[in-house]
Design a protein around this ligand. Structure first.
Ligand SMILES: [Fe+2]
Length: 403
């Protein structure tokens, strides 16, 4: 990748919350000054791309951005990418997908989706008074926050995820989120409800992010070794497969209730389109490893044996393993991922109208939080593109260092 001189724009650290561990937010997130979408040059775009890979999130304030400009910026990260991250065609049995109701496609720029909450008055970008619905954890989690507690401002992480179809299409490199309309309200308390007592204050309707690099960096050596040797297999059409299942209270995976659809009830699928990804994805600019797993869609794990010469002392699965039991798969993923969503590692974006956030979709996990009342109007433009290539895993050097 070409190196851009960082002379076009000014970068300052994003305003990390008081709860954040400064050590883990040194490089995570930058606010960018001086970017004018209608006047952007290819050299400037190249600089933005490189800075995103280094800092995972870029925040631009008070921006005017058309859907076309948003698409062009998103597309610059992957010039060969064509369609929206989940494809542009949702018909037949795929309508059962849990993502279907959340997205309204902007007709004149179909790679850009309108998401949010409430009924938009009149015609908007060619959509006739679209009805938007902010996802609420009570439609997805097995246990829920009581109405009484919700009225006092208690909420949950809805679903920690990567933006990715996880079947047939490759995970987008970047997602861009542009805030058009943001209802203001009191901060809420996001509770983990997993017996740890963990909780964190979040802005109303914020978007929570955690770094996949930090998720890897904080693991003990035996789990790092496991992470660099493991591949994750996703279910075919995972969002249909999980459409009747419920999530854990942390939003970091699915409860074991046996509610996944049998494979023969899924829309037509073929083995060659099933996705198997490394557990760690290599950052194309920094070379760092990021744990990137969408825990809800994972179905099985393949673990390679330790490489020749590696110490077997305390090693997990030194001879490798194929884990096909869902419960075991999920338990292992949770053990690896849960430390990475600890309160001090969460950045929640407190949105203002005119904010644009670019996030490295192959380097972090994110979740919506919060609950809106039906009359609170929230409008965002979201764009990501199914990538032209699959993510790359650890290389020989990484295996030597960590396995
Ligand atoms: Fe998302």
């Amino acid at each position: 990748m070409a190196t851009a001189s960082h002379s076009h724009f000014t970068y300052t650290p994003i305003p990390a919350p008081a709860t954040a561990s400064p050590e883990h937010f040194k490089d995570f997130g930058r606010q960018v000054e001086g970017y004018v979408p209608s006047e952007v040059t290819p050299e400037q775009t190249q600089e933005i791309i490189e800075m995103l890979y280094k800092h995972s999130i870029l925040l631009f304030k008070n921006l005017k951005l058309t859907p076309k400009e948003q698409y062009e910026l998103t597309h610059a990260f992957d010039p060969q990418a064509q369609s929206y991250g989940h494809g542009n065609n949702k018909t037949g049995k795929e309508k059962a997908s849990i993502l279907h109701p959340d997205l309204k496609t902007i007709p004149h720029q179909p790679q850009v989706q309108l998401i949010g909450n409430g009924k938009v008055p009149g015609t908007y970008e060619g959509l006739e008074s679209p009805q938007l619905k902010h996802p609420h954890h009570k439609t997805f989690h097995k246990s829920v926050v009581s109405q009484e507690e919700e009225d006092k401002g208690v909420t949950r992480f809805y679903r920690w995820h990567i933006d990715a179809a996880l079947y047939a299409l490759s995970p987008p490199k970047v997602t861009t989120l542009y805030a058009v309309s943001v209802p203001k309200g009191e901060p809420q308390v996001c509770r983990y409800d997993d017996g740890t007592g963990d909780e964190i204050q979040v802005p109303l309707g914020g978007t929570a992010f955690v770094s996949g690099k930090t998720m890897f960096d904080i693991l003990p050596p035996e789990l790092k070794s496991l992470a660099v040797r493991t591949k994750v297999r996703y279910a075919p059409h995972p969002y249909v497969w999980m459409s009747k299942a419920h999530a854990l209270p942390t939003g970091l995976g699915i409860e074991d209730e046996g509610l996944e659809l049998p494979l023969e009830e899924l829309p037509e699928w073929e083995d060659s389109k099933v996705k198997v990804f490394p557990m760690c994805w290599k950052n194309p600019v920094t070379g760092a490893l990021h744990i990137q797993v969408h825990p809800c869609g994972a179905q099985a794990l393949h673990i390679d044996p330790l490489p020749a010469g590696a110490s077997r002392d305390g090693a997990l699965f030194p001879d490798g393993a194929d884990i096909t039991d869902l419960k075991e798969t999920r338990a292992l993923l949770y053990k690896i991922q849960r430390p990475g969503i600890a309160p001090e590692l969460v950045y929640a974006q407190d949105w203002d109208e005119g904010d644009l956030v670019l996030f490295h979709n192959r380097g972090l996990l994110h979740s919506v939080v919060g609950a809106f009342t039906p009359d609170q109007l929230r409008m965002f433009h979201q764009c990501n593109l199914a990538a032209s290539e699959d993510p790359v895993g650890p290389d020989a050097e990484d295996l030597k260092k960590y396995a």
